[in-house]
Design a protein around this ligand. Structure first.
Ligand code: PGA
Length: 257
């Protein structure tokens, strides 16, 4: 399926940034979401901002950046998907490389978190991506396909609740992005993997690209086949730049229709 059949999805990942004083910036982004109605706009926020943002915005989906695989229990310092949903979150970003590498999360852990997230009625954005070494060795596609398969829960039924974000580790926060042909090849490989695992309904799953996305490169990235949206880190912290990314997605959807 071409990306033209799907609404573009633009997600800001604020990582460990933002205080309550950032709410005006979140409102600015929400105004962009209200203006560019052809785009689904979302913000993955730190825990402390989820509820204040969720009760403030009207057009932006608010989500978390991680959750525990259990619904509740003796897990000091952790948060469950159920708790995120309780305070207004709609989705959780899972398997980001900063958690896989920095917090030792392997794909089995990510899979358990995905299952819990979906059980709690939230959507999940699953991040996958290769290292510099894997790409240099010609193993980018196979390693990312393996990561995807190992991170997806068995017997997945809530296809409409999952999104996949391809984020090469070496592109995150570096200003380096893959060639368009490399992104197209990776998204095509991920689409095929999803189809093999989930059948024809996998065509409806949105595939996002992430890693050094900004207002200058968004338009070109959205023109790549099978790129259904963008996951934006640093540039999402500046409402003016994030708004421009959302506008690029709106234009891409208009051109496609
Ligand atoms: P970046 O981060 O846009 O700052 O590269 C993207 C991400 O880590 O999701």
């Amino acid at each position: 399926m071409s990306k033209t059949a799907k609404r573009p999805y633009v997600v800001g990942n604020w990582k460990m940034h933002g205080l309550l004083s950032s709410l005006p910036a979140i409102l600015d982004i929400d105004r962009a979401a209200a203006c560019y109605i052809g785009v689904d706009v979302a913000l993955a926020l730190p825990f402390t901002l989820i509820n204040p943002a969720a009760i403030t915005v009207e057009h932006t989906a608010i989500g978390g950046q991680n959750c525990h695989a259990a619904h509740e229990g003796a897990f000091t310092g952790d948060i469950s998907g159920r708790m995120l949903a309780d305070c207004g979150a709609h989705f959780v970003l899972l398997g980001h490389s900063e958690r896989r590498l920095g917090c030792g999360e392997d794909s089995a852990t990510v899979r358990a978190k995905m299952q819990a997230t979906l059980d709690d009625g939230l959507s999940a954005i699953l991040c996958v991506g290769e290292s510099t070494e894997q790409r240099a060795a010609g193993l980018a596609e196979t390693s990312v396909q393996e990561q995807l398969l190992a991170s997806l829960p068995d017997g997945l039924t809530s296809i409409g609740s999952i999104t996949i974000a391809y984020e090469p580790i070496w592109a995150i926060g570096t200003g380096r992005i893959p060639q368009p042909a490399e992104i197209a090849a990776m998204h095509g490989a991920l689409r095929q993997t999803l189809r093999d695992r989930l059948g024809p309904q996998a065509a409806a799953i949105r595939l996002l690209y992430g890693g050094s996305v900004n207002d200058d490169n968004a338009e070109a990235l959205l023109a790549i086949p099978d790129v259904d949206g963008l996951l934006v880190g640093n540039a999402s912290l500046d409402p003016r730049r994030f708004r421009a990314v959302v506008r690029a997605a709106q234009q891409a959807s208009l051109q496609a229709s």
